[in-house]
Design a protein around this ligand. Structure first.
Ligand code: NAD
Ligand code: MG
Length: 342
């Protein structure tokens, strides 16, 4: 069973004595910076000069400095830049200022697990990884609640790394919901597997294959879109609320029976075998290397794959259909469609 930690298990004072730098002000960065500030922590945000986020952070009353200055001032440095740029930011603007007794924090273990960042002796390495997007981390905190977090210590050089990590988890509101002790290896490998095999890769491939099957059999693309994509949310919401069992309780007996007899015909032992192969590529570092090598070359494979996926006819069908659904469109403001590089 997982080991759980709550507010009463952590001492915020441990973090209130320190200076914290939040590097990056995106999904996670804005939530961590604002929640810590509201928990009485001395926070500065480190951003590139000219970053669009500077104004956003300053409008919230946060102090914004360069990444290098933030790293220099702080003794607890949370790196919330995108995973593929973290090692560059670390090498150029953080590593030169690290002192023994400092702590490096992450919200995902990618760069530590695969060795792209190798912190020096004397520096603690911790992770506080919210199990939800940053906007939820901020919203829940503001409402007096929190989003569960994974708490991990990779290197405890000071002897205080665990209490510091717990204090950070409490500061962003995570221990109001609960912190689960994990490791960089477990968090990184399971997170990558989940997004590749099930959440992002698996779900989008399943939806696309279903849509193509109906359309190739002569059904209208719009009908196929409703049946294979649009209704996915209703089904996932039910699972989210009460597990797979609640979804089966809510749908018709016809749908439930079809689930039992046809689901395993589609997702069979062959799929599970290939899931094991995906997991093996994650564990060996082969996936990480392919991603980082491509990023280092400017992302040619990444951007070609993005362009190809965006050109799939299911997207054009959806674009037209969503115009009919005002409540769907209103959730779509922050998404910039059809851009190869974002
Ligand atoms: P994001 O893309 O939303 O934001 C990244 C931020 O870093 C932006 O403010 C960007 O301007 C800034 N940035 C980019 N390049 C930079 C540079 N060279 N120097 C300084 N700042 C730079 O990223 P995110 O989704 O918040 O992810 C941050 C970390 O949190 C990642 O390790 C990610 O795996 C992890 N994480 C994300 C989520 C999530 O739901 N988004 C959940 C858990 C963990
Ligand atoms: Mg994840």
């Amino acid at each position: 069973m997982a080991e759980l930690f709550y507010d009463a298990d952590a001492n915020l004072g441990v973090l209130q004595q320190r200076k914290v730098a939040i590097i990056g002000y995106g999904s996670q960065g804005h939530a961590h910076a604002l929640n810590l500030r509201d928990s009485g922590i001395d926070v500065r945000v480190g951003l590139r000069p000219g970053s669009k986020s500077v104004e956003k952070a300053e409008n919230e009353g946060l102090r914004v400095v360069s990444v290098a200055q933030a790293a220099q001032e702080a003794d607890v440095i949370m790196i919330l830049a995108p995973d593929q740029v973290q090692r560059i930011v670390y090498r150029d603007e953080i590593a030169p200022y690290l002192q023994p007794g400092n702590a490096l924090f992450f919200a995902h273990g990618f760069n530590i697990r695969f060795g792209y960042i190798q912190p020096p002796a004397g520096v603690d390495v911790c992770m506080v990884a919210p199990k939800g997007p940053g906007h939820l981390v901020r919203r829940e905190y503001a409402e007096g609640r929190g989003v569960p977090v994974l708490v991990c210590v990779e290197k405890d050089e000071t002897g205080f790394a665990w209490s510091l990590a717990l204090a950070y988890a409490k500061g962003i509101g995570g221990l109001r919901a609960g912190g689960i002790r994990s490791t960089f290896t477990e968090e990184t490998e399971s997170d990558l597997f989940g997004e590749q095999a099930v959440l992002c890769g698996g779900a989008s491939a399943l939806i696309t294959a279903g849509w193509e099957t109906l359309v190739e059999a002569g059904y209208q693309p719009e009908i196929a879109y409703f049946e294979c994509l649009h209704e996915m949310k209703l089904i996932v919401d039910l699972m989210y609320e009460g597990g797979i069992a609640k979804m089966r309780w809510s749908v018709s007996d016809t749908a439930e029976y079809g689930d039992y007899v046809s689901g395993p015909r589609v997702i069979d032992a062959g799929v599970k075998q290939r899931m094991r192969e995906v997991l093996a590529d994650i564990q060996s570092g082969a996936f990480a290397q392919r991603f980082i090598d491509d990023q280092d070359a400017g992302g040619p494979e990444f951007y070609a794959l993005r362009a190809k996926a965006e050109a799939h006819p299911i997207e054009a069908t959806g674009r037209e259909l969503r115009k009919l659904m005002a409540w769907v469109k209103s959730h779509d403001d922050d998404y910039t469609e059809g851009t190869a590089a974002r």
